[in-house]
Design a protein around this ligand. Structure first.
Ligand code: SF4
Length: 350
């Protein structure tokens, strides 16, 4: 049963108290569907059980410290884990969608050169409950506006494939019709390119989407900006990509952050056109949001040219608008300031 895996500590308390088995299901529903963050809100449970749970296990595994709001409607949530780490989550409103970008690790060990989170190293993996709860909090936050979470992308802090088991369990709970109930096709995981995990993910029965962070079509250049590239060559990465589309018949997204003078020249477009040779491949271009990593953003004009050149060469491609810049809400900027011991972003209103 998914609830047992997701809430092992709650299960233990229920067993110690000799509670009937259906209580776990009630609690799972309260947390994942009714989105309670305090046991007193779980009114389907008897008062004495709520009191016992309150004494032993907090209903919320993450403390919500601040919510920052950008002028474009993007919201950033700063959480504190029970052991004092800061993690962040972003909610991006866009054309009727409400996409929540979640973190799977505190920090990240992949050390991508353009990523502020990557420079910090890894503190620990997040538990499934800590991963899923980021979505629950965003859903609760936007509910008073009549909004609901329509999409989840696992593109925040961390390499999700290095926390495979807990990430997948969290996504199954988000997808569970008896839990949060978000369709699998509205959930996407992004990896820096761990090829054994790409194959494993392809073999999972759930129809979650996958994105691979590519950032350049050339192996030597990729190694310079993404140390993970030294583990597997571009041909090995593309073998795993082919396995994914052949196995799932689903679209495969390639993330490409445009860095001025690094990966935004015509030869890069040509390299991409050679590499992305399957109709199910889709190129997602993104302009770099500034971090103090020594890189700078490709101009808007060059980014649009790059997109047009890619399309002219037959690629399926889009240029994603940068969102939440005034609250540092881009991938690789999450919790970076806080983890470095600088003041957290000022709260505009929680
Ligand atoms: S870009 Fe993603 S995978 Fe790379 S270091 Fe940053 S968080 Fe990790």
């Amino acid at each position: 049963m998914r609830a047992t895996e997701f809430l092992p500590d709650v299960q233990r308390v229920l067993e110690e108290r000799g509670e009937p088995a259906y209580r776990l299901k009630q609690i799972y529903f309260a947390l994942t569907n009714s989105l309670v963050r305090d046991w007193d809100e779980a009114t389907s449970l008897p008062k004495n059980l709520r009191a016992a749970l309150s004494e032993q296990i907090p209903a919320a595994s993450l403390g919500l410290e601040t919510i920052s709001r950008a002028t474009d409607g993007t919201r950033k949530y700063l959480f504190r884990t029970h052991d004092g780490h800061a993690i962040e989550t972003v909610m991006i409103p866009e054309k009727g969608r409400r996409t929540v970008c979640i973190s799977t690790q505190v920090g990240c060990p992949m050390a991508c050169k353009f990523c502020a989170t990557g420079l910090l190293g890894i503190k620990r993996n997040l538990k499934a409950r800590e991963i899923a709860e980021q979505v629950f909090v965003a859903a609760r936050d936007i509910a008073p506006d009549g909004d609901h979470v329509t999409n989840v992308v696992v593109m925040g802090m961390g390499e999700p494939m290095l926390n495979y088991k807990d990430t997948l369990l969290a996504l199954k709970v988000l997808n569970d019709p008896d839990g949060f109930g978000l369709a699998a096709r509205h959930i996407a995981v992004s990896t820096s390119g761990l090829i054994d995990k790409i194959r494993r993910f392809a073999d999972e029965p759930e129809q979650f989407h996958l994105a691979i962070s590519l950032h350049t079509p050339f192996g030597d250049e990729r190694e310079e900006i993404m140390p993970v590239a030294s583990r597997s060559s571009i041909p090995e990465l593309m073998d795993a990509a082919r396995y994914y589309v052949k196995t799932t018949r689903r679209k495969l997204f390639f993330e490409y952050t445009l860095l001025a003078g690094v990966n935004d020249q015509p030869r890069h477009v040509e390299g991409l056109a050679e590499l992305l040779d399957d109709p199910l491949y889709h190129l997602n271009l993104l302009r770099f949001n500034w971090t103090d990593t020594g890189f700078s953003a490709t101009s808007k004009r060059r980014a649009r040219e790059f997109l047009n050149e890619a399309r002219d060469l037959g690629l399926s491609a889009t240029l994603r608008p940068s969102r939440g810049q005034d609250i540092d809400a881009a991938c690789g900027q999450l919790a970076a300031k806080d983890l470095r011991g600088r003041p957290a972003i000022p709260m505009i209103g929680a």
